[in-house]
Design a binder for this molecule. Structure first.
Ligand SMILES: Nc1ncnc2c1ncn2[C@@H]1O[C@H](COP(=O)(O)OP(=O)(O)OP(=O)(O)O)[C@@H](O)[C@H]1O
Length: 312
């Protein structure tokens, strides 16, 4: 078994902040006595292959240096591994430990666990190796049967459309998502969706549907009611429509969670959903802030499927 850490650095995350901070982080890891190998990613989703190769070599401990997209790629890399080929010292993928040094734009997943954005503090947390097993979402795109996993939140509709636009606003940091949302409201056309869960069917023009595991998304917004990352249920938010005026009037509510109490927002809990697009509107599905596809899909919850290193 390999006791070393495998460190993955996305040099583009946080608008290039990872690239700048990496030499400092490298020194701090040495200072805090970490035994590690590292790779700097060279392209999108590179982290997935890196993780899989590392697991095949026997690595069981990973450090993610990047934002939510980098963590998403690592999660997808681990859960897509062919368990028949991996070393015998690993009985279950949830034995793998994932630590994160958050250097992204939104850094939304770490907010649920209050992992510090100060890299020295984040490294101390990783050093303590206190883990928490967390639920993971599994999205299967129909009809391609393509699978994606998410550890924070997935959404269809307006927010996928916004994610598509956000890269233009990344230099605005955490306000990037809000800026993207305001600009997108003018051009977004709502698809007619059939959303099935708990033997309930919602058939409606839909502005957005969130399927949440953790609490924050889109640069610190709280758009799910009371998600619990370990209770085996998604926290679902459904919004038929919202006007530009309502968004602007509720901007504080987007960040402090009060928006969820608004009458336009419906909240549900389930561990399985099926989403069908009934018209020809293009749909956008985002998972952890990454655009993953469009069209019909199902979402299943994998209870406590991965172990993350979090503060005690
Ligand atoms: N070398 C690379 N070149 C270009 N893109 C990369 C590279 N390595 C990783 N990526 C991709 O960069 C994207 C952005 O990374 P990430 O989400 O971690 O940072 P961010 O967008 O700044 O932060 P956040 O998601 O927290 O807002 C991800 O889709 C990731 O797969």
């Amino acid at each position: 078994m390999n006791k070393k850490w495998f460190v993955i650095v996305n040099p583009t995350s946080g608008n290039g902040a990872s690239r700048k901070k990496w030499p400092l982080i490298f020194n701090e890891l040495k200072q805090q006595q970490f035994n590690f190998e590292f790779t700097i990613t060279t392209h999108k989703y590179h982290a997935e292959n890196l993780v899989q190769n590392a697991i095949n070599k026997g690595f069981k401990k990973f450090i993610c240096i990047g934002g939510d997209g980098t963590l998403h790629a690592i999660v997808n890399g681990i859960l897509s591994v062919n368990t028949e080929n991996i070393s015998t010292s690993l009985n279950n993928l949830s034995e793998i430990k994932i630590g994160i040094i958050p250097i992204g734009t939104g850094n939304d997943w770490v907010k649920t666990y209050t992992i510090s954005k100060n890299y020295k503090e984040a490294i101390k947390i990783i050093k303590a190796e206190h883990t928490k097993k967390q639920d993971i979402g599994k999205i299967t795109l129909i009809p391609k049967n393509k699978v994606f996993y998410f550890n924070n939140l997935a959404g269809i509709g307006f927010d996928g459309f916004v994610v598509n636009k956000v890269h233009k606003f990344k230099n605005l940091g955490s306000l990037a998502y809000l800026s993207g949302a305001l600009v997108s409201l003018f051009s977004y056309k709502k698809p007619l969706l059939e959303i099935t869960f708990n033997s309930k069917v919602l058939k409606s023009k839909t502005l957005l549907l969130f399927v949440g595991i953790c609490k924050y998304c889109a640069g610190g917004m709280q758009l799910t009611k009371n998600p619990n990352p370990t209770n085996g249920l998604f926290d679902i938010t459904f919004v038929k429509n919202i006007t530009l005026f309502q968004i602007i009037a509720n901007i504080p509510g987007l960040f402090n969670g009060k928006i969820i109490e608004h009458k336009i927002v419906k909240n549900y809990k389930s561990n399985h959903l099926k989403i069908k697009v009934l018209d020809n509107q293009e749909t956008f599905i985002q998972a952890d802030g990454e655009l993953i596809g469009s069209g019909d899909f199902i979402v299943n919850l994998l209870p406590k499927a991965l172990s993350f290193i979090v503060p005690k």
